[in-house]
Each structure stands twice: as structure tokens, then as C-alpha cells.
Write a protein that binds this ligand. Structure first.
Ligand code: HEC
Length: 242
């Protein structure tokens, strides 16, 4: 009895195994058939994918019916590269609008212009200041602007008058209004005299007290005193010079 039951179980197992085998074969063939039936997707080049071009066979569906001398209008989709480029410009416009017109975190071109002009102005005044102080006895020019002469006069009347007289008529120092000069009467000579002085003769060097541009103003003022004929002039010293 046990032997019979064992045999039956064995046969049953063999049958089940067989069934499973058949099922798996059936599944495999079904898959293979499905795969074979599926239309294979045409291989697209990256250029076609970038442009999302429709194959030529589908052109008829895209035709809008507009024919211009044999050139037909097709309703193609926008190529992705173009579309994303367009989205980028929209994004750019948004950021630009925000930055320049809403948050004002960057200057507009007009503002930018004014900023650079202001910067240039600062640099220019700095440069002119430096250039003005670059003057020496070789490059000094006679100044005639009322502002320069007034500045020179102020220094003269507070510092030089003690020895040269209030009007340059002379005192301890020589008369500066006549045409006689001990050390030359050109603007360069006068500049040099004031800058370095003649220390052993009682005229000190003023280069540590005044800047080169100030000395140019003082020298120009001294030159402007020429021929003014003040009262109590000191007798001429030196030789007639320019
Ligand atoms: C302490 C007196 C004293 C003061 C202050 C003084 N000088 Fe003189 N200065 C003299 C004397 C002295 C001489 C003549 C030097 C010589 O004999 O070589 C002279 C000469 C000069 C000369 C040359 C004149 C020439 O004939 O060649 C000039 C220019 C001059 N002084 C300008 C000035 C100016 C500008 C100041 C003011 C910043 C000044 N001096 C201040 C005493 C002074």
C-alpha cells in the first residue's frame, strides 16, 4: 500500500514538473513573438534628436497646404535646442529685469557712465595736484591767474614782508620791485631763489615750508611786483636782469 502511494506521488511530481516545463516554453515563445512583432524604432542620429525632425515619410501629415513656388510649409515642431535657447532668454530677461530695474543691485548704463566719469574726475584732480607739485625751477611757468597771485600775496605778506617790505620795497632783503637782481629775475631764477634760498646771505630755503606749486605762486607774485614803485624803495642791488 505504502509502495503504491509512493509511486503515485512520484508520478504526480513528474507530471507537475512536465507542466511547469511546458508553461515556461510557452511563455518564452510568446515573448519572442511579441518582440518580433514590435516595430523596431529607427535609429536616430544625435542631430535628428536635437532637431526632433520627423522622418520624411511623415512629411505629408505636416504639410500646411501652403506652397510657395514649390516650397511647402511644414508644421514642424520647434527643435529642442531652439526651444531651450528661447527659455534661457526668458530666464535671462527675468534676471536682468530684477537686477537692473527692480533690486537695482547693478548700475544701468547711464549710471555706470556717471560713476566712471566721477571716478575719472577724482583721478584727474589727483593727477593735476601731483602734476602741479611736479614743478621745479626748470619747468615752472609764470602764473597770472588772480587766484594764484592772491595765494602768493598772502604768503608774501605773512612771511616775506619782514625782510622784503610789505610791498616788496626791500629791507634786510633786497628790493623786489626794481629791475635789479642779485640772483636773476626770470620766473625760474626767482623760483630757485625761494626754493633753495641763499642761506649764507640771510635768505633761507623755503622748500620745506611750501609745496612746489605754492612756491610757483609766491614767485609769480614776486614777479608781479616788478615796476610797482612802492614808497621807500631800497637802493638797487645786483645787476639789471630780466
Ligand atoms: C630773514 C629775512 C628774509 C626773509 C624772511 C625772506 N628773505 Fe628773501 N632775501 C633775504 C636776503 C638777505 C636776500 C639777499 C640774499 C643775497 O644777498 O644773496 C634775499 C633775497 C631774496 C630774493 C632774491 C632777490 C635778488 O635780487 O635776486 C628773492 C626773490 C627773495 N629773497 C624772495 C623772498 C620770498 C618770496 C620770501 C618769503 C617766502 C623771502 N624772500 C623771505 C632775506 C629774507
Amino acid at each position: 500500500m505504502t509502495g503504491v502511494v509512493f509511486l503515485e506521488v512520484l508520478i504526480l511530481m513528474a507530471l507537475l514538473y512536465n507542466l511547469q516545463l511546458l508553461l515556461s516554453i510557452h511563455k518564452k515563445t510568446k515573448l519572442a513573438v511579441a518582440k518580433a512583432l514590435q516595430p523596431s524604432a529607427p535609429r536616430l542620429s544625435w542631430w535628428d534628436r536635437m532637431n526632433r525632425l520627423k522622418p520624411l515619410e511623415q512629411e505629408f501629415d505636416l504639410d500646411l497646404g501652403h506652397d510657395y513656388d514649390g516650397i511647402r510649409e511644414l508644421d514642424n515642431r520647434l527643435p529642442p535646442w531652439w526651444l531651450y535657447g528661447f527659455y534661457c532668454t526668458i530666464l535671462f530677461a527675468g534676471i536682468y529685469l530684477w537686477r537692473y530695474h527692480v533690486s537695482h543691485s547693478a548700475p544701468l548704463s547711464g549710471e555706470e557712465y556717471r560713476i566712471s566719469v566721477a571716478e575719472a574726475e577724482v583721478r584727474k584732480t589727483e593727477y593735476l595736484k601731483k602734476a602741479a607739485n611736479n614743478i621745479d625751477e626748470n619747468t615752472v611757468k609764470l602764473l597770472t591767474a588772480p587766484g594764484d597771485l592772491a595765494a602768493g600775496k598772502a604768503v608774501f605778506e605773512s612771511t616775506c614782508f619782514a625782510c622784503h617790505g610789505k610791498s616788496g620795497e626791500g629791507g634786510v632783503g633786497p628790493n623786489l620791485t626794481d629791475e635789479y637782481w642779485l640772483h636773476g629775475g626770470t620766473i625760474q631764477d626767482v623760483f630757485k631763489t625761494i626754493k633753495y634760498g641763499w642761506p649764507d646771505k640771510g635768505m633761507k630755503s623755503w622748500k620745506d615750508d611750501y609745496s612746489p606749486s605754492q612756491i610757483a605762486q609766491i614767485a609769480s607774485y614776486v614777479k608781479s611786483l616788478g615796476g610797482t614803485h612802492p614808497a621807500n624803495p631800497k637802493a638797487p642791488q645786483g645787476v639789471i636782469a630780466k
